[in-house]
Design a protein around this ligand. Sequence first.
Ligand code: PMP
Length: 445
Amino acid sequence: MSPPENATATTRSHAESARLATRARRVFPDGTTRATLQRQPHLLYAQSGAGPYLVDVDGHRYLDLNNNFTTLIHGHCFPPIVAALTRAIHTGTCFAHPTCLEIDLAELIVTRVPSVDAVRFVNTGTEAVMFAIKAARAFTGRPKIAKLEGAYHGSYDWAEVSEAATSGNWGDIERPQSTPPYSGTPRTVLDDVVVLPFNNVSHARALLEEQASELACVLIDLMPGRAGLVPIETDYLRMVRDLTQRHGILLVDDEVLNFRQAYEGAAHRFGVQPDLMTFGKIIGGGLPIGAIGGARHVMEVFSALDTAPAVPQGGTFSANPLSMSAGLACMQALTRDAFTHLESLGDYTRAGLRELFESKGWPFTVTGQASLLRVHARPTPPRSYREAYATPAERAVLASLSAQLLERGFIAPTSASWSLSTPMTRTHIDDLLAACADIKDLSLP
Ligand code: PMP
């Protein structure tokens, strides 16, 4: 393994990663099983992780600001999670019977999150969003959904619409186009998704009022990562909550990413009471998970107690004891003090980066809050997906920043949010800032 990293660039050999990438191209269509992996400057194969660090197959150690796309809020191999998983493995990995563990984790979520009275567990955030949408349809008897332009919610067809709208196809701001996530997307899917301009109150209100009678839900993310990690503005959120309430539309708040913002979750922090919420990532402690939660009278659509459920939801691995054990150990360690630490470290990181960018004369800015942040190659913070949308030149300069940080021992993704973990300290962030300061040759857009 390489010695503790300093802030200066080293010439690292990535021979073993390159060898594995060549082997992988023979068995996977693009050499991977995830389109979202960073391939620039090259794929990095992981060997192991410990605390805030990841070690690659060539023996280099990195401070991991990806954390498996924000999942690992305690970093890698957090001892209480390792202990809980070890116990669970020895007592049975899955059963066609419920376990006490699922009640424990559900109770923790219901106790912490004010708008959640009842929960269902699934295996991914994608599934959680899919079932929340089905629940909203079954509850209201309406087919359509509305969502924020540029927001990512996983891979359910309706939720995917316009997640990757481009300046070439997004249409007028008054009425954003429903853009297909893949060629061959059924026209009916596009027709059943109303795309709302993000943080634009008047245009979004007009669209919601026009479509209200057909809408089952408005699907929101309070700080959508792909749309720039820009917090939803208060008057926009209020407008959406008022209109949904007035028209009997459910408000579905996807917190797969943003549940890590606070002890009670992001909705509490933003002062909104959604009808349904979705969870994933941190609540599984590093194992696959998703959950739908919400008001009891809405969650009743999943009940198979007396009749056939309005929404059938099963899943061979739903609430499996491994995910429940890891999730419980992770969440129990996320005390109020842990969130205070993450919040102050996040503020420290964002302030440090802003100061650094200014001193270097880079026209960069940082968005995000709590333990999440995102760097933009533009001088002022974007307020919407369209403003956050990076030009090819901006993308290239961000990729260069990421590549140069990699060479200095930091995994800081280009097109995903950077996230902090509880074992990180100001010393780690000072090292990150020193590494940024050491970069001399970013070709600015
Ligand atoms: N919703 C949001 C907001 C997400 O960030 C993600 C994953 N990045 C998902 C849903 C999908 O979750 P998963 O990858 O577990 O399917």
